[in-house]
Structures are given as structure tokens and as C-alpha cells.
Write a new protein. Structure first.
Length: 241
């Protein structure tokens, strides 16, 4: 069996990616903050016949993230595929609000750097040495398309962090050429589960599988936004009723 680790695993995209790779025989390690959410996904994936286990950790707590990835390796074996796609909770957004481009401050960027860029660096650097030693592995890092392909000035403090992460992964893709290890960035311009065909988690998970198997593209842009996306600002799951 091979092992997929999903860092930032949630009930939509993370669940769908886990199910898609489980269908191909991958064991799945699920890492995020909510043990309840992770366990529900793990229980569903276990019905496919693979091992799926929850390893709760906050990506901004680097020792906890390291411990979760280490535990996943001990339980499921070496991590062959890392998928990193953290997302803020409503509580996160209250503490570190989204900021428009003309109002960005140093403090407004720091929390975003911690979640996206620094958490991503920590996760990748945990698995990359082993992948290089084995001469095989896949790293897929996801963010909103405001990281580069799409201009989104209403969430500029986030895009500073995700833009840095995207740039690093594109450079990592180039640096890994010839090593057997593959890295790619997924830029998501979609309200997951709310839009058309390309916004559906299962469709997106198929795209992740193609990235892993074809191993050619440095970046995949998933674009399926409604015309009024700038007015909506956030996916509905981040908007309190």
C-alpha cells in the first residue's frame, strides 16, 4: 500500500481527494484541527477497504504538525503523496480578518503567513527528504487562485501569503526535475461544492489524481467562479447566518 497525507483535510475537497485516492488503493492520513470532522471522514474512507486514520493537529503549531506526520508514517508507512490545503475557520477570520489591498498592514499578513506559507514549508520539508531518498513522491499544494492567476484585492493579506507559497512550489517543481519527486500548485478559483461541474469536490479530486499520474504540469488552475464572485467575497461556509 502507498500512503496519501492530506493536511487541512475537510468534509468537502479533502474528503473527495481521500476517496479518489483510496479508490486507487492508497491508505489515507487525515490531518486538521477537528478530530470529530477527521474521524467522520476516516470512517467513510475506511468503508472502501483501505486504512484511513485521523491525526489531529493545527498547522500553525509546528511541533504538533510534525508529530501528526510522524504518527501517520509510523501507522501507515512512508508518505508517498502530500496534499496541503489548509483553510481558515470562522474563528480564525474573526481573529485575523481579511484585508483589502489598500489597508494591508504587517500584522494583518503575519497570521496568513503562518497558516499558508510557513505551515506549507513545514509539511513539505517533513516529507521531502524521504521522497528524495526513495526517488519518488508527489507534493500537491492548494490555495485560492488569488495566489497569482486571479487578482483578488479584497483579500490581499491572504494573497500575500498564498502568493509566496505558490511561487515557492513553482520553483520547487523546477528544482525537483529529474529526481522522481513531483510538486505542483493547485489554484482554486471556485466556491467548492456550490458552483458548476468544475466546482464539485469529486470533479476536483479527479483533477488531483490526473496531476499525480501525469506529473507534468507545475500548476493547475481550477476556474469556475460566478459573475458576482467579488461581491460574495467568501464561500458560504465562512459566512455566518
Amino acid at each position: 500500500m502507498s500512503t496519501l497525507a492530506i493536511v487541512g483535510a475537510g468534509p468537502q475537497l479533502g474528503h473527495a481527494i481521500g476517496r479518489r485516492f483510496a479508490a486507487e488503493g492508497f491508505d489515507v492520513a487525515l490531518i486538521a484541527r477537528s478530530r470529530t470532522t477527521l474521524q467522520a471522514v476516516a470512517d467513510d474512507l475506511s468503508d472502501t477497504g483501505v486504512r484511513a486514520e485521523a491525526f489531529p493537529a493545527d498547522v500553525t503549531d509546528r511541533p504538533a504538525l510534525h508529530a501528526a506526520l510522524t504518527a501517520a508514517e509510523e501507522r501507515l508507512g512512508p508518505i508517498d503523496i502530500l496534499e496541503y490545503s489548509p483553510a481558515p475557520s470562522l474563528a480564525d477570520l474573526r481573529g485575523a480578518p481579511l484585508v483589502e489591498a489598500t489597508k494591508v498592514t504587517v500584522d494583518s499578513v503575519l497570521a496568513q503567513l503562518d497558516l499558508y506559507l510557513l505551515g506549507g514549508v513545514a509539511a513539505v520539508q517533513h516529507v521531502l527528504p524521504g521522497m528524495l531518498e526513495r526517488g519518488n513522491g508527489t507534493i500537491l499544494v492548494s490555495s485560492g487562485a488569488g495566489s497569482g492567476p486571479v487578482i483578488a484585492p479584497h483579500v490581499a493579506n491572504v494573497q500575500i501569503a498564498t502568493g509566496g507559497m505558490r511561487n515557492w512550489i513553482l520553483n520547487l517543481h523546477a528544482a525537483l526535475s529529474g529526481t522522481g519527486v513531483y510538486a505542483a500548485h493547485v489554484a482554486i478559483a471556485a466556491f467548492i461544492g456550490q458552483g458548476g461541474h468544475d466546482s464539485q469536490p469529486q470533479t476536483m479530486a479527479d483533477a488531483y489524481w490526473r496531476l499525480h499520474t501525469e506529473r507534468t504540469e507545475a500548476e493547475l488552475v481550477i476556474e469556475d467562479l460566478p459573475e458576482n464572485f467579488r461581491e460574495r467575497v467568501l464561500a458560504d461556509k465562512f459566512v455566518e447566518s
